[in-house]
Design a protein. Structure first.
Length: 238
């Protein structure tokens, strides 16, 4: 995989090339302080005998990290997310891979398939489920207004059940689990949504009539995620 590192994103105005390079070095130094750095192939070897990809993307994508407690400009880097181990991966200039706990990160932006950037924030299980586990959870921002809509993406390794009269060969696969979560303006706790009108109306009983009006007017299919996102854009304007 070809190593590529782009110049720093500037906060204000024009900065000479030399300053950009210094910003790049400072950013990599900051990443090395918080990352567990390994050779490029070592992380892939962990999944050598598992069917399916543990990563958000099949290869490296341009992205930006917004680290907690840091005021410096962010820098475009090559980035991916290990959704099984819940780690952010960055490729450093020497080809090594830095594995970073998402608890050190405020926000992630990663280039998507259509070259638009997908944004992720980090939540924790205790905030989501009300338990005592602070394990990190990646939340993709689908819509952010008065109503906030997120997609939780997680992957796990499982061993398929053996068929009758057959013994397991130890084969393992990776499953992807996605959940949609809502934060309404009247209630800042998270509510899990199913892609159905009934689920959305149950989460927002005071908006039931408006949801039905908007769905009919704009011919929205509330079993379709893009139409659900569009619904909340309309609801933001009410």
């Amino acid at each position: 995989m070809k190593t590529c590192f782009l110049f720093a994103v500037l906060l204000l105005g024009f900065t000479p090339i030399k300053a950009q390079f210094n910003d790049l070095e400072a950013t990599e130094l900051a990443l090395r302080r918080i990352a567990n750095v390994r050779s490029e192939g070592s992380n892939s070897n962990r999944y050598a005998n598992v069917q399916g990809s543990p990563y958000l993307n099949e290869g490296w994508r341009n992205g930006r990290l917004f680290l907690k407690n840091q005021d410096s400009a962010t820098t475009d880097i090559l980035i991916n997310i290990d959704l099984v181990s819940q780690l952010v991966l960055v490729q450093l200039r020497d080809g090594s891979v830095g594995m970073i706990s998402p608890l050190s990160i405020q926000k992630i932006e990663i280039q998507g398939d259509s070259y638009n950037y997908r944004s992720f924030i980090i939540e924790t299980e205790d905030r989501l489920l009300g338990n005592l586990n602070n394990s990190p959870i990646f939340f993709e921002i689908l819509h952010e207004g008065k109503f906030k809509l997120f997609r939780q993406i997680h992957k796990r390794i499982f061993q398929p059940y053996a068929t009758p009269y057959a013994t397991s060969d130890g084969h393992r696969e990776i499953a992807t689990i996605e959940n949609i979560w809502l934060q309404a303006p009247e209630n800042q706790s998270y509510q899990k949504l199913k892609l159905t009108r009934k689920s959305i109306e149950k989460a927002l009983p005071s908006y039931r009539d408006r949801i039905r009006q908007l769905s009919k007017k704009h011919d929205l299919d509330l079993t379709n995620l893009s139409d659900v996102v569009q619904l909340f854009k309309f609801l933001d304007k009410t």
